[in-house]
Each structure stands twice: as C-alpha cells, then as structure tokens.
Design a protein around this ligand. Structure first.
Ligand code: SF4
Ligand code: SF4
Length: 190
C-alpha cells in the first residue's frame, strides 16, 4: 500500500518532488502532536470553534507535565483515533491533513531542526527520502525561529499560570487566560 500525505503548501519545492508525495511511512500516525497556545488559537479559530470545545473534542489530556489545573498536571496534545492523528483523513490509500492551512507548528517543522544556528534534518526521521535542505532553508529557518518563539511564549504562560494560581483552577480557565494572551500578541505584531 502506498501512503501519500497531500499538502497544499504553496512553499513546496518547485524543482524536485515533494518528499511527502512518495511517503511510505507516516509521521502523522507515529507521533503524539503537542500543541502550544498559538497552535490552539489557530486551530480553534480555523475550525470555527471555541478553544474549550476544540480541546474537549480534539485535546488529549492524559499527560503529566506542564499546566497545573484541577484535573492535575497536563500538557496540551491532539487526540488520536485508530492510532493516528485525528486530523488525518484517508481516502483510497491517500492520506490528507484536514487542517493543513492551520496545522500545528511541529507538523510544519518536521523533519527539520536547528543545530548551532544551522538547519539540519533529524537523524531519526521517518521520511523515506532525504529532503533537499538547501531548498527549504529560507522557509524552514524562518518557521523554526517563529516556532521556537511561540513555545517560549507558551512556557512563560504556563510558569506564570502555575505561579499565580496556587489554588488549582479548571483547564477552561487556563485556556481563557492563554487565548487572551495570544490575541494580545497577535494584535501587537499586527
Ligand atoms: S495535524 Fe495534520 S500534519 Fe499534523 S499530525 Fe495531524 S494530520 Fe498530520
Ligand atoms: S514522514 Fe516525512 S515524508 Fe512522510 S509525510 Fe511525514 S514529513 Fe512527509
């Protein structure tokens, strides 16, 4: 069976075949996808949902790090269905990300990372072919910097929340606090 992940990325290589087009493995099936404040904001707005209902339907809460809420300590991650991301849709052996336009940053980053200021591919990646790093350098370097900033933003929010809310509050209260801050951040950056 040939698995393909269809993307609509306008930035995709024009010179070679986009590696995802001939993918026989599937990163969308393999990993738990953790999301930060900006990811949650973009996904819930993109799907026309409130963040609370988005996370109720799509959010996995069975992790034990991060936010101190009355459910316990949680990280935000996407739920899986049949051992794959809930947003992966299959039709006739073709797999498609149904939230491609606003998918989580980690999905956009894979399989790239920065090391000592240089863009490299992860050594243990699932991609069946090598990516042309040079071809993706400008796009991925910009994206990974933004991704890094957004995770730092999220980490700070969690620290602030945990420091100022000694009495545990529900996840929905944290989400409200988090989303307000992201909206302010977007308004500031225009
Ligand atoms: S959000 Fe899209 S790209 Fe990310 S794991 Fe799910 S299906 Fe794959
Ligand atoms: S494993 Fe690599 S080639 Fe396959 S869908 Fe994921 S990013 Fe694309």
């Amino acid at each position: 069976m040939t698995l393909k992940v269809i993307t609509n990325d306008s930035d995709v290589s024009k010179t070679g075949e986009f590696p995802c087009n001939s993918c026989h493995t599937n990163c969308c099936k393999e990993y738990v996808i953790f999301v930060n404040a900006h990811d949650t904001y973009r996904l819930s707005v993109g799907l026309g949902m409130t963040p609370e209902s988005f996370l109720e339907i799509y959010g996995a809460k069975d992790y034990d790090l991060g936010i101190n809420v009355d459910e316990g300590l949680v990280d935000l991650a996407l739920k899986q269905k049949d051992d794959k991301c809930m947003f992966l849709e299959e039709s006739k052996d073709i797999y498609r990300c149904t939230v491609n336009d606003f998918k989580p940053s980690v999905c956009k980053s894979y399989p790239f990372q920065m090391k000592n200021g240089k863009l490299i591919q992860m050594s243990e990646k699932m991609c069946p072919v090598e990516w042309n790093t040079k071809e993706f350098e400008a796009m991925m370097t910009t994206h990974l910097k933004k991704d890094n900033d957004e995770w730092k933003f999220y980490d700070k929010l969690v620290l602030e929340w945990n420091a100022t809310n000694k009495i545990k509050k529900p996840l929905s209260a944290f989400l409200k606090f988090m989303l307000n801050r992201v909206a302010l951040d977007f308004a500031k950056s225009g």
